[in-house]
Design a protein. Structure first.
Length: 195
């Protein structure tokens, strides 16, 4: 969180204070308004943005241009590793390390190994999905600059927020502010990074 646009402000004592800008947030009172604003923002070429809502809003992630491309691939690899682990463990135990002739069955009785192989495939894929989601979302994150945004406490009750980050290549403080205001936002505010 050390990137952002630098700004210089005068404090009450007349000293210069340097702050970093995280981005500009726009506040909306309706889910449809924030979806429309996100679509227009994405269409305008902004790529580093996010939205916050008090409840899941269907279509908001797509309107922001977010595509889930890594988690399915990670889960496929995790499931494949789980299948190999389950099958390999059973092969190692019953064929190599502790071979037992039970009822004249062959040592390599792979059909009986399918349930455990399947279960470990599902387990590894699910755990990879959960931990991959945490890693890719940067969780746990006890602090986020949006926590200090004006009126952001209402994001858990009745307000919707769209933020364009200052690290966006198209970000310009004044032009981006005018753009967000043109979307019908109730309030557009600067969000600063804590030092």
């Amino acid at each position: 969180m050390d990137s952002g646009v630098s700004a210089v402000h005068h404090t009450s004592t007349g000293e210069l204070e340097r702050t970093l800008l995280f981005g500009l947030s726009a506040e909306f009172d309706d889910a449809h308004a924030v979806i429309s604003a996100a679509e227009k923002t994405h269409a305008a070429g902004y790529t580093k943005m996010d939205a916050y809502a008090p409840f899941p809003v269907e279509g908001l992630s797509e309107a922001l241009g977010h595509r889930d491309k890594y988690i399915p691939q990670m889960m496929l690899v995790g499931g494949f590793i789980g299948a190999l682990a389950g099958f390999g463990l059973q092969y190692w135990a019953t064929v190599l390390e502790y071979p037992l002739n039970i009822g004249g069955r062959p040592l390599f009785a792979w059909p009986s190994w399918i349930p455990i192989t399947f279960e470990l495939t599902v387990l590894f894929a699910a755990l990879t999905g959960i931990f991959g989601m945490f890693v890719l979302n940067g969780l746990p994150q006890p602090y986020h600059p949006m926590f200090d945004a004006p009126h952001f406490d209402r994001a858990s009750s009745d307000r919707f927020f769209l933020v364009i980050e200052a690290t966006d290549p198209k970000f310009d403080r004044e032009e981006t502010r005018r753009f967000l205001e043109s979307l019908g936002a109730l309030n557009v505010a600067e969000v600063e990074l804590k030092k």
